[in-house]
Design a protein around this ligand. Structure first.
Ligand code: CTP
Length: 398
């Protein structure tokens, strides 16, 4: 049975060249069990015909606000949908949606929708990069609209950059996540750590690692969407702050330890996705270390294992760790699960082109009952959802 079994999807198509991908998208949504009703803007109908989408969806395609078939079409169409997916969403549509303009059927539906809405932007890289577009997307996110993509790659303009419509499988995964119960984690207080730490050598230099924070941020965002109260303790990252999450920013492992001391007692689930330093300079110089031709020796001291030091109040508190390994994934992760006394550990292989700073991750989940599950290579947002499913399953076993 497909992950969208029995779901009614209202698909809004706007006037981007990427609209030519919509017939295939409708097919795939149907293959996963969804019923798809299409609404198009006039501009979209220049890129793909209503007849094509009508034939594939086997349902009427709507284009007009004042449709003689039904008077209050904009209300019934959104009321009857479990999810409103707008793909491709042009910069023009995003601008209208963010400003609350409702001058055609699709933009009117957008304002009338109260259920989950997922936007899949597609536009040229220069438009995507415009601060106005950025601001509008932030505004839409803050209003609870989910966004999938865009992706980097060749664009219709001949440029290569961000702006391609998300891959159909990424859209399907995001659609499935939008439909997951928004209360699966209700009542839980989830504490997530993310990103690297920085350990100063002197006022201008530090030791750090390649962690981008993407995995931890995806977990924080998904947990909030599923109804948890979420606090994110984040090392330095270049990521936008997730919506609906309380964020505590830190720099060093010592800052992280202090933030954990303060926030851990109140939490019911800890997910330690941060790449905390294992070593730090024994003493940070207060003045910038000058260049010396004979080189420099720095003495490093061990950083305590923050996760292993915590004393959870079981069964109220669930403990989830990560294990980044370059080899022997399962045996090493199993040892960490036991020695740190965790309920669950998410293990992944890391290397020059694996794991860190990538959009996708292949996690293996090992739990305290001996369960081992390989998730395969997934977008980090999807992997975050699977990890949280496993946490909920363990909570139910407790
Ligand atoms: N961790 C921690 N404090 C540290 C180092 C790691 O709390 N000083 C946590 C990480 O957040 C992660 C887990 O421990 O959840 C495992 O981290 P990892 O780097 O894989 O392993 P280490 O325990 O540091 O062991 P090793 O470096 O030997 O692989």
């Amino acid at each position: 049975m497909g992950e969208l079994h029995g779901k009614r999807i209202l698909l809004g198509v706007t006037g981007s060249i990427a609209a030519y991908k919509c017939p295939e998208l409708v097919r795939r949504l149907q293959d996963r069990g969804a019923t798809v009703t299409v609404v198009m803007t006039e501009a979209a109908a220049r890129f793909v015909t209503p007849l094509t989408l009508q034939t594939i969806s086997r349902r009427p395609v709507y284009t007009q606000l004042f449709d003689p078939r039904e008077e209050i079409l904009h209300l019934t169409l959104v009321e009857e949908a479990d999810l409103f997916l707008i793909a491709p969403a042009t910069a023009n549509f995003i601008g209208k949606a963010a400003s609350g303009l409702a001058d055609d059927l699709l933009s009117t539906l957008f304002l009338a929708a109260r259920g989950p809405v997922l936007l899949a932007p597609a536009m040229d890289a220069v438009m995507w990069d415009h601060p106005v577009t950025r601001g509008q997307l932030r505004q839409l996110r803050e209003a609870g609209i989910d966004i999938v993509g865009p992706e980097a790659g060749p664009l219709a303009s001949g440029l290569v950059g961000m702006g391609r419509l998300a891959d159909p499988e990424a859209m399907i995964a995001a659609a499935a996540e939008c439909l997951v119960s928004r209360t699966a984690l209700a009542g839980e207080r989830v504490l997530v750590t993310a990103g690297p730490t920085r350990e100063p050598l002197d006022p201008v230099r530090f030791l750090s690692n390649r962690s981008s924070g993407k995995m931890g941020y995806a977990i924080a965002r998904t947990a909030a969407r599923r109804g948890a109260h979420v606090t994110l303790i984040s090392g330095p990252t270049a990521l936008p702050l997730p919506f609906g999450v309380e964020v505590v920013t830190i720099e060093t492992a010592a800052d992280m330890a202090a933030a954990l001391d303060k926030r851990f007692p109140d939490s019911t689930i800890l997910i330690m996705a941060a790449a905390v330093a294992d070593y730090r300079p024994k003493a940070a110089e207060t003045r910038k270390i000058a260049r010396r031709s004979e080189g420099l020796r720095v003495e490093l001291e061990a950083v305590p294992d923050l996760l292993a030091q915590l004393r959870p109040d079981r069964p109220r508190q669930l403990m989830v760790g990560f294990a980044a390994e370059t080899e022997e994934l399962v045996p090493r992760a199993t040892r960490k699960l036991r020695s740190k006394q965790l309920d669950l550990i998410a293990a992944n292989l890391v290397g020059p082109s694996l794991g860190f700073d990538m959009e996708e991750i292949a996690l293996t989940l090992l739990d305290r009952t001996g369960g081992v599950r390989e998730l395969g290579l997934l977008p980090k947002t999807v992997a975050a959802g699977r990890l949280l499913d496993a946490v909920v399953a363990l909570r139910q076993k407790a």
